[in-house]
Design a binder for this molecule. Structure first.
Ligand code: ADP
Ligand code: MG
Length: 306
């Protein structure tokens, strides 16, 4: 019997599989996102991340397994800003509020207040998308998602085309908003550093078909992570066998992490990685909590590596 719905919401994905015609794209996907949690799904291009997010968002019909979204409101931010070219920045941000039946004055007030918080200038708000830089368009797209006060935010690599300074600023703004509102976030990315910067836990996907092969938990709060912490733990992730296999990298050379001077204090916990994959990692940097995930096929319908 299913447990009663949590009052604070949650997204639960169970035994999810998907095929386009005869191409199996996803198999045996299981995970949860709770309120206030940032979960990153990382994997190489083409492994099915966008398909998975579209299934979670209800933009694609579920063929196999279940997607149970108990969050009251969900917003989606795409890889491209996807702004309506004939509407001003302010009207683009307010679009979802209009669809929700909120009057013009109130939706403009909310859209303006959030836009200014996200670093847009008042005179930008009357501009049309073609008059905005790529960075400003991304701010508009983030504001359009956040203005709905979603309980769950789904992110499909929305920061991948931005420069490093702008990325950092939007990360900070996103995390501040997320903490303030206790929002759940499911973000997909192929950028390991972005995942280490933002998330509470990272699921690693492997391709053909897309499946989850490892879970990493980052205990240190995202707001307290400095550059050194992020670089060190991204380097640790890159040493993990599941990550290397997934991205098609050759096996890690022993001692590579030791050469980085790993001080970590067990802040990156690894679940579902074979111990043999950690040659060269000191126990204080990476803790292996579970044996290897079962091979694909045996994994269908089970929690992979968790
Ligand atoms: N609408 C579609 N029709 C047919 N194949 C698709 C469709 N969308 C995605 N695919 C295929 O599914 C696989 C996974 O794609 P996608 O989910 O976009 O991966 P990712 O986001 O990880 O790059 C790819 O092989 C892609 O070509
Ligand atoms: Mg994609």
């Amino acid at each position: 019997m299913r447990p009663p719905a949590s009052p604070s919401g949650g997204l639960e994905v169970r035994g999810l599989g998907h095929a386009f015609a005869r191409d199996e794209v996803l198999a045996g996907i299981d995970f949860q996102v709770r309120a206030g949690e940032v979960l990153a799904l990382v994997g190489p291009s083409g492994c099915g991340k966008t398909t998975l997010l579209h299934l979670a968002a209800g933009l694609l019909s579920v063929q196999l397994g279940e997607v149970d979204n108990r969050f009251a409101t969900t917003a989606f931010m795409f890889q491209q800003p996807r702004l309506l070219p004939w509407k001003s920045a302010l009207d683009n941000i307010a679009l979802g509020l209009k669809a929700a039946g909120i009057g013009r004055g109130e939706r403009h007030r909310r859209a303006r207040s959030l836009a200014l918080r996200l670093g847009l200038a008042p005179h930008d708000l009357d501009k049309f998308p073609h008059q905005l830089s790529g960075g400003m368009q991304s701010r508009v797209a983030l504001a359009r998602a956040l203005v709905l006060a979603p309980e769950l935010l789904l992110l499909d690599e929305p920061f991948s085309a931005l420069d490093v300074g702008l990325k950092e600023e939007l990360y900070r703004l996103l995390l501040a908003h997320q903490r303030e509102r206790g929002m759940g976030v499911l973000m997909i990315t192929h950028d390991l550093m972005e995942a280490v910067r933002l998330s509470d836990a990272i699921l690693v996907m492997a391709p053909a078909p897309g499946r989850i092969v490892a879970r990493f938990e980052l205990a240190h709060p995202a707001a307290a992570r400095d550059d050194a912490w992020v670089y060190r733990h991204t380097a640790e992730l890159l040493q993990a066998a599941a990550v290397r296999d997934s991205f098609g990298l050759p096996a890690a050379a022993g001692g590579a992490l030791a050469a980085l001077g790993g001080r970590g204090g067990a802040r990156l916990r690894v679940v579902g990685e074979p111990a043999a994959g950690h040659a060269g990692l000191t126990p204080s940097d990476l803790r292996v909590l579970a044996p290897s995930a079962p091979p694909h096929g045996a994994a269908a319908g089970k929690r992979c590596g968790i």
